[in-house]
Design a protein around this ligand. Structure first.
Ligand code: SAM
Ligand code: SF4
Ligand code: SF4
Length: 347
């Protein structure tokens, strides 16, 4: 599908020749939702000991690191969390990020609950693209999945506000869990079909340590594709770019597209070009990693740009992560080992 497995602009590659191309930044580890698959309420009650403000990377520190990452080949930045819209003055960061040379794609993933009030500011600050997570249109199921923190209507209003602010082709992320929200797949498809927005069904993953993941709760993308295809015929489409995580399908009737992120049943580690930066400045090379390289310590103890550049380069060039391709081996070997939580490094 791609002329070459390696992007020509890449400055560094890892041990499997994968370039460093994307950086996901968790701008805050807190969240106003308690999704059962990410941050279940019983594990993360309201007064959980989240990072203190002085532990967060400052905007200046984030900007400095992004400039260095850009010089190593990063072209895409995604802001995430926790819930990124809880980070005070986020638009100021976006405005500055949008001006960094080499960054040609700046996006944000949000649960949508605060979008109504923030959508125009995000657009005006220069955010290119938006992803909104919405797992179901069924109110009862939604409440059950997010810990009773918001209604479907609030999220739909947020999406509407984003449209009005000028965001088009919004991606809608839906994590499907068997017996929880799989009954609502077709309603989600019907709702977003023809709107220009792109719904993407995500296989439920074993991220972090507290969602009690079980393979039997995963609905394989193949099953979802077959279901949708029966009601709304689909045809596969080519990837837009090297390393795209979602497999794309178009509705045969020309009313748009739908995506599938099949990290469990069809892992895509071979083309994974994504690095992650946690709120407290740790650099992770895989969503399922246990450890990240602490960049905040050198940042705050006077390291030069060259030293930081070399640190990042060194970590990426030694990277051997392929967790999803070897999930069952890792799960048995690392049964008791601690993985980073998704809200600390972002999805
Ligand atoms: N709070 C924001 C949100 O929910 O969109 C951004 C952070 S959230 C960690 C990023 C994405 O990760 C969301 O789309 C969420 O649905 C997805 N996610 C979280 N836990 C997951 C899991 N166990 N399996 C698959 N996707 C997951
Ligand atoms: Fe919060 Fe997003 Fe995790 Fe849900 S998926 S708990 S909205 S960080
Ligand atoms: Fe990338 Fe790790 Fe996910 Fe594989 S498991 S696609 S290496 S983040």
């Amino acid at each position: 599908m791609f002329p070459s497995a390696q992007k020509s602009t890449a400055i560094i590659t890892d041990q499997f020749q994968r370039p460093l191309h994307d950086l996901r930044i968790s701008v805050i580890d807190r969240c106003n939702f308690r999704c059962n698959y990410c941050m279940p309420e019983e594990e993360y009650p309201r007064h959980y000991n989240f990072l203190k403000k002085n532990e967060w990377l400052s905007f200046e520190e984030i900007l400095r690191l992004v400039r260095l990452f850009a010089s190593l080949g990063v072209e895409k930045i995604r802001l995430t969390g926790g819930e990124p819209l809880l980070r005070p003055n986020l638009s100021e960061l976006i405005e500055k990020l949008s001006k960094i040379s080499g960054i040609d794609d700046l996006s944000l993933t949000t649960n949508g609950s605060l979008l109504k009030e923030h959508a125009s500011a995000l657009k005006n600050a220069g955010l290119h693209r938006l992803t909104v997570s919405l797992d179901t249109l069924d109110e009862k199921t939604f409440q059950k999945m997010n810990g009773g923190k918001a209604s479907v209507n609030e999220i739909l209003k947020g999406i509407e506000a984003a449209e009005k602010a000028g965001f088009d082709s919004i991606k809608i992320n839906s994590v499907i869990q068997r017996g929880v929200n799989d009954h609502d797949i077709l309603d989600l498809v019907k709702y977003f079909k023809g709107t220009g927005h792109i719904i993407r069904f995500i296989e439920y993953m074993d991220v972090g340590n507290c969602n009690h993941w079980d393979l039997k709760d995963v609905v394989p993308s193949k099953e979802i594709i077959a279901l949708i295809n029966k009601h709304f015929p689909l045809k596969p489409a080519e990837s837009n770019y090297y390393g795209e995580v979602a497999s794309r399908y178009l509705f045969v009737d020309g009313t748009g597209e739908v995506g599938f992120i099949s990290s469990v049943t069809q892992p895509f580690c071979g083309t994974c070009t994504r690095a992650r930066l946690s709120t407290d400045g740790k650099f992770y090379t895989c969503l399922f990693a246990s450890e990240g390289k602490n960049l905040r310590v050198p940042l705050r103890s006077g390291a030069s740009d060259e030293e930081l550049f070399n640190l990042i380069k060194d970590v990426w060039s030694k990277r051997v992560d392929k967790y999803s391709e070897n999930r069952y081996l890792f799960r048995s070997l690392k049964e008791k080992s601690h993985k980073v939580e998704m809200f600390q490094i972002g999805g």
